[in-house]
Design a protein around this ligand. Structure first.
Ligand code: HEM
Length: 168
């Protein structure tokens, strides 16, 4: 097994696990508690959000970079059906990236999304579930061969011309 694709995929998976785990924790643990108690709108809550904003921005850079490197490693072997599904995955991944940045950073034209963080986090989790499913499909389609380019048909072998029988 080649080391570079392995290390790259490992990093891809780890950063996705951290991001989705963080989003899940935010949505179902931190948020309900911060929203209801007197902790909401405190410096403590703001520094939690700022810290997660920095960490998730870094993790997203790793996800996107390793994702495109992943694609570079498989591109020569996959067919157009695989590429079409991968295109859908990239689109959804970019939507996730923008949503993740919009709720944790002051992005001017996406400011409205910061007003409804619970909804955005839920959408992020749902998109994450779909994108992980698409990724598993892509991987299995390569393993089964369905996503691979067909090998060119073997050329008929050209044998050396037979010597003509000589007339006696
Ligand atoms: C632009 C961003 C991304 C690109 C270009 C990308 C590309 C790729 C590629 C080419 C693979 C290899 C698939 C195969 O083995 O045939 C892969 C694996 C994977 N990706 Fe991404 N990815 C991106 C973002 C994401 C995101 C946002 C998630 C999750 C939310 C994700 C989850 C996964 C998983 C779970 C695998 C491993 C699949 C497996 O081996 O079973 N990726 N990615």
């Amino acid at each position: 097994m080649d080391l570079a694709p392995f290390l790259n995929k490992w990093l891809h998976l780890l950063s996705i696990i951290f991001v989705l785990g963080g989003v899940f924790y935010q949505r179902f643990v931190a948020m309900p508690i911060l929203r209801t108690g007197e902790l909401a709108d405190t410096d403590w809550a703001r520094s939690l959000a700022r810290r997660w904003g920095l960490i998730s921005a870094f993790l997203w850079l790793v996800i996107l970079a390793t994702g495109f490197v992943n694609f570079h490693f498989v591109a020569a072997h996959v067919n157009s059906a695989y590429s079409a599904v991968l295109g859908m995955k990239i689109l959804l991944a970019l939507v996730m990236f923008f949503l993740a940045m919009a709720i944790s950073h002051p992005v001017p034209f996406l400011g409205g999304l910061r007003q409804q963080p619970a909804r955005v986090l839920t959408i992020l989790i749902l998109l994450g579930i779909v994108v992980v499913g698409i990724s598993a499909y892509l991987n299995l389609s390569r393993i089964s061969g369905a996503g691979l380019r067909r090998a060119p048909a073997a050329m008929p072998s050209v044998s050396a011309p037979q010597a003509l029988p000589t007339a006696r």
